[in-house]
Design a binder for this molecule. Structure first.
Ligand code: AMP
Ligand code: MG
Length: 337
């Protein structure tokens, strides 16, 4: 795994930044301070690096990650930003505001980073060390909080070491995070802006600039001005990509006319096979999961397939999150999320 071996503690000087940037570009994981909390950074465009983040955190689910950039200009190359997004960026970036927007046609960020969604969450952090690192790395960097799943978000390099030592390549010591609160997440991917998570930028500040913002009710339904009930089903905002074709998991035999998502030596008889990992490597399988589902769905629909059969993926390590995703893809529609 990319984090194997001792974890380097890097100082936020020229040498430390150059080392951290080189590690990120090489697909390794580097924790760094932002104004909110310490993030566990990885190359957003490298699916294996992104899989490594979920692995290091021990996350049981692939929840979508935020992609970080040194400038708004860099961020808006990867998403479709309209006037509202530009206005918000002008006012609040760099800073603790995350914007969820539709992916640009040629968005290089791995599908795993956005958990298969058509949207991508982007942010320009204000912390000087984070900005210097992002500028030097020259790649989009996904960075969820640098703690083990279920743990507390770290605000110092020592906290990160206590949680992740031996699991990641390096920690860039960037001092104590000032805000200690996560970024505000605002969804701009549909007609009305919707607040997905309160955070470092207050809702009132956003509304002063762009007018009414919808909220998510306790039941997960968008509410507020401009929201049409039923237009977006509960949970759809965060619902993950589901193939159009029916999905069967844990198959030991392929039915006639089925596509196959294989893990290890493929079963016989499938119309078309997509291999998650020939050697049974869970990191590789995670990195290829969303691409594989999309590809089989697209090709299968054209070939008139009846569905997608999925071989068993062991429920350990990253296999937990892979199975979580597959089981929801296989759930009866409308109950998947
Ligand atoms: P964290 O990993 O703590 O930085 O949290 C990331 C937050 O951003 C979570 O609340 C995610 O659900 C949210 N998020 C990231 N990407 C998306 C997206 N494409 N659509 C909706 N929410 C997102
Ligand atoms: Mg967290």
């Amino acid at each position: 795994m990319s984090g194997a071996g001792p974890t380097e503690m890097l100082r936020p000087d020229g040498m430390g930044l150059a080392r951290a940037a080189a590690l990120l570009r090489a697909g390794r994981l580097v924790a760094f301070g932002t104004e909110t909390v310490y993030g566990l950074g990885g190359d957003a465009t490298n699916p294996e690096a992104v899989a490594g983040i979920y692995e290091a955190k021990g996350r049981p689910r692939f929840n979508p990650l935020i992609s970080h950039y040194p400038t708004a200009e860099a961020a808006f190359r990867d998403v479709r930003a309209g006037e509202l997004a530009r206005k918000l960026a002008e006012a609040f970036w760099p800073g603790p505001l995350t914007l969820v927007l539709r992916r640009a046609a040629a968005c290089p960020v791995s599908l795993l980073a956005s958990a298969g969604l058509e949207t991508l969450a982007v942010r320009v952090p204000s912390h000087p060390v984070a900005r210097a690192l992002l500028a030097e790395a020259g790649i989009a960097v996904v960075a969820p909080s640098a703690n083990r799943s279920g743990g507390i978000s770290p605000t110092t390099a020592a906290h990160v070491m206590a949680e992740l030592e031996g699991r990641i390549a390096a920690v860039l010591d960037s001092g104590r995070s000032a805000v200690g609160l996560e970024s505000t997440v605002l969804d701009l991917s549909s007609e009305t802006p919707v607040l997905l998570r309160p955070g470092g930028v207050a809702l009132e500040e956003l509304e002063r600039l762009i007018g009414p913002v919808g909220r998510i009710s306790a039941a997960g339904i968008p509410t507020g001005p401009g929201q049409h009930p039923g237009l977006r089903s509960p949970g759809l905002l965060l619902s993950h990509y589901a193939p159009t074709l029916p999905v069967r998991v844990n198959v030991t035999e392929v039915a006639p006319n089925e596509m196959l998502l294989a893990f290890g030596p493929p079963l016989d008889g499938a119309l078309t096979v997509y291999q998650l990992s020939e050697t049974g490597d869970l990191r590789q399988a995670a990195a290829r999961l969303f691409e594989g589902l999309r590809w089989l769905d697209g090709v299968g629909l054209r070939q008139g397939a009846r569905g997608i059969a999925v071989m068993t993926v062991p429920a350990e390590g990253l296999g937990l999150a892979i199975n979580d995703r597959l089981i929801r893809a296989a759930a009866p529609r409308g109950k998947a999320e």
